[in-house]
Design a protein around this ligand. Structure first.
Ligand SMILES: [Zn+2]
Length: 100
């Protein structure tokens, strides 16, 4: 076995002193009030600096389609109501830039 360089517990601790994780920087959306990453569009209402940039309605539709396809693949009834809705306060048609 090769002889390695001296390795002390102090060396290990010094190396690991840089391994701590930092919390992501969050700020509140000026339109809906939910948290979003800085310099990123709000995932809930799809706006960046009060300007719509993401079409939330089509995104929700696509998600529902994918969910339906998955349920169909698993052999479950897709017409069954899901137990919990994530976004209930926001109306996707109201937020969509296509609807205007
Ligand atoms: Zn928002």
């Amino acid at each position: 076995m090769t002889v390695r360089m001296r390795h002390t517990s102090g060396h290990t601790k010094n190396r690991r002193s840089h391994h701590s994780l930092t919390a992501p920087r969050l700020s509140r959306c000026s339109d809906c009030g939910s948290f979003h990453l800085r310099h990123r569009a709000c995932e809930v209402c799809g706006k960046y600096k009060s300007r719509p940039v993401i079409d939330v309605a089509t995104r929700i539709e696509k998600k529902n389609e994918r969910k339906k396809a998955k349920l169909k693949m698993l052999g479950k009834d897709p017409s069954e109501k899901p137990k919990k809705e994530k976004i209930t306060a926001l109306n996707p048609e109201k937020l969509s830039k296509k609807a205007k």
